[in-house]
Design a protein around this ligand. Structure first.
Ligand code: GAR
Length: 225
């Protein structure tokens, strides 16, 4: 059973997906703590409803990012967290944070901080990934769960899901379609971690005992038939 710490800044729908997966036995672990940096964020309410300890650490106006991350780390440590899941955490984590949750022998040399991002990285890192995809005109975008490194959305990729961009999509419609996939793949990645099945080799993450490759291609738009 791993102890998961979730960091959220907003609605917390990915937090909810993790809470639901824990409750339904799809993750061998528990959400031990939620840290939120925005007063009134819905993520706080979701934690409360689930009976999970939520810590509000407002970050607005704080310029010393390392000192702030020290506080976050000490709260997570107080709850004995093994794995940290960024779930709409709209702050760049500092080296202080990443050092505190670096690989351990018990974690079989895996990093211990994951993030979910609403694009197929390395396309469209940073803010407003869905808007970036719409402006670029891609036919597919999607979401990525990755380990976190010091860059912005640059860490080793664990799992991705593709989502078509449909004619007439606006940012809200596309974001909603991507979120469905985020909620599906984030719990999967956390469970793989809990099972000790993830191995990091440089940039590449290997999933032990994965099923064979899917060879069917997908094309969007699919064209006239
Ligand atoms: C999600 O789409 C997540 O991928 C994104 O913020 C949203 C949070 O939604 N994260 C980023 O863009 C981080 N770069 P949620 O609060 O409902 O989980």
């Amino acid at each position: 059973m791993i102890r998961i710490g979730v960091l959220a800044s907003g609605s917390g729908s990915n937090l909810q997906a993790l809470l639901d997966a824990v409750r339904e036995g799809r993750i061998d672990g528990e959400v031990a703590a939620v840290v939120c940096n925005v007063p009134g964020a819905r993520a706080l309410e979701r934690a409360r409803v689930a009976g999970v300890q939520a810590e509000l650490l407002p970050s607005k106006g704080i310029t010393d990012r390392e000192a702030y991350d020290h506080q976050v780390v000490s709260r997570l440590r107080a709850h004995g967290v093994d794995l940290v899941c960024l779930a709409g955490w709209m702050r760049i984590v500092t080296p202080t944070f990443l050092d505190a949750f670096g690989p351990t022998a018990a974690g079989k040399d895996c990093p211990r901080v994951m993030n979910v991002h609403p694009s197929l990285l390395p396309s469209f890192p940073g803010l407003h990934a869905q808007r970036q995809a719409l402006h670029y005109g891609v036919r597919f975008t999607g979401c990525t769960v990755h380990f976190v490194d010091p860059g912005t959305d640059t860490g080793p990729v664990i799992v991705q899901a593709a989502v078509p961009v449909l004619q007439g999509d606006d940012e809200a419609a596309l974001s909603a379609r991507i979120l469905v996939e985020e909620h599906r793949i984030y719990p999967l990645a956390v469970q793989w971690y809990a099972e000790g099945r993830l191995e990091v080799h440089g940039r590449r993450v290997r999933l032990r005992d994965a099923a064979g490759p899917m060879l069917d291609g997908v094309t969007n738009p699919s064209g006239d038939r």
